[in-house]
Ligand binder design. Structure first.
Ligand code: NDP
Length: 329
């Protein structure tokens, strides 16, 4: 396993990590999740990602039970959660979601309880919240840090301007700004990380824990000939994802990328993941896997990483046509 420093912070994250969105929702017992987490940990994965909203709190509960059972040394792994969406679904009341001091503090306490730990290494604002002053967010995250309940705070899917506003306020107040951002990053979605955040990487320093490196599985090629039974896109409640992801134009490019992976003698999922982590501004790619075989395959991305030369990346750009165009005046 390779470990990377999370931005300017001193924290080291494994370049491949493990997340529990959708994945844990689908397991009715703890057994599969225990196997997946054990497999990841034994391969050197040290970061496990969660959020209050994943399966409405059940994902944190399940991970908490598994961690308790496995009894790994707490200092050997990094655990995260995120607040914003709340976990009470349609019934949520005004202060049961968002980034107010009230919700952030309460959500953090609930996450600690559900995960059965004394502190979260990383705690994210899962989305920006236009209804809460930035100063309230910055102060609250720093309070949690000062109380020892959170070690580093971060953002997820914030714009570069919002991240910079948080940094400027934190600097003015002598407090800590966000150390890490969690954006989507994969061969279909590149602009934010490669263009928008570039000045932040350059001028402030920021770690990134990127999500959906396989664009929800589509970059494995498994949807090339339709929707396989039991796959994420076949699940009730995820129709929005299928409509967005499984479109002819994308599938054609994935088929061509699959041919190129064959030429290189590697699998499509490993090529897609290795491409993500070949970007030095990516601290870690969070893997999602519902089966042991998937995780075994995806962890091999580390072996494919050395193949990501400029020439290979250029060929990938030519096939995908998703390299962001930067217009400078
Ligand atoms: P991916 O894009 O890697 O998709 C993972 C899914 O693809 C798996 O659950 C599986 O789904 C399928 N898959 C994975 N590997 C293979 C393989 N080798 N062969 C065939 N199918 C495969 O990641 P996720 O979308 O799951 O995101 C990863 C993590 O990122 C989440 O768990 C979460 O922690 C975080 N996240 C954060 C968000 C945020 O807003 N901050 C948003 C979304 C995710 P299946 O078997 O069901 O087809």
């Amino acid at each position: 396993m390779e470990y990377r420093r999370m931005g300017k912070s001193g924290l080291q994250l494994s370049v491949l990590s493990f997340g529990s969105w959708v994945t844990f929702a689908r397991q009715t017992d703890d057994h599969t999740n225990e196997r997946l987490m054990t497999q990841a940990y034994e391969a050197g994965v040290n970061f496990f990602d969660n959020a209050e909203v994943y399966s409405a709190g059940l994902s944190e509960e399940m991970m908490g039970r598994v961690l308790k059972k496995l009894n790994w040394d707490r200092s050997s792994y990094v655990l995260s959660s995120k607040a914003y969406f709340g976990w009470k679904g349609e019934d949520k009341k005004p202060n049961q979601h968002g980034l107010s001091r009230k919700h952030l503090m309460e959500a953090c306490h609930e996450a600690l309880e559900r995960l059965q730990v004394e502190y979260l290494d990383l705690y994210y604002c899962h989305r920006p919240d236009a209804n809460v002053p930035m100063e309230e967010v910055v102060r609250t995250m720093n309070t949690l840090i000062q109380q020892g309940k959170v070690f580093y705070w971060g953002t997820s899917e914030w714009t570069a301007a919002e991240i910079m506003e948080a940094h400027m306020i934190a600097k003015d107040l002598g407090l800590e700004g966000p150390a890490v951002e969690q954006p989507e990053y994969n061969l279909f979605n590149r602009r934010k990380l490669e263009v928008d955040y570039a000045p932040i990487f350059r001028n402030v320093g920021m770690g990134t824990t990127i999500w959906s490196p396989l664009a929800s599985g589509i970059l494995t090629g498994k949807y090339n000939d339709g929707i396989p039974e039991g796959s994420r896109m076949s699940l009730e409640g995820y129709e929005w994802l299928k409509d967005r992801a499984v479109v002819e134009d994308k599938i054609n490019r994935i088929k061509a990328l699959g041919d190129f992976a064959n030429e290189l003698g590697v699998s499509l999922p490993t090529l897609s993941i290795a491409w993500c982590i070949s970007n030095p501004n990516v601290t870690t790619a969070i893997l999602g896997a519902t089966k042991v075989d998937q995780l075994t395959e995806n962890l091999k991305a580390l072996e494919v990483l050395p193949l990501m030369t400029e020439e290979v990346k250029q060929k990938i750009d030519d096939i995908m046509g998703t390299k962001p165009v930067v217009i400078r005046n």
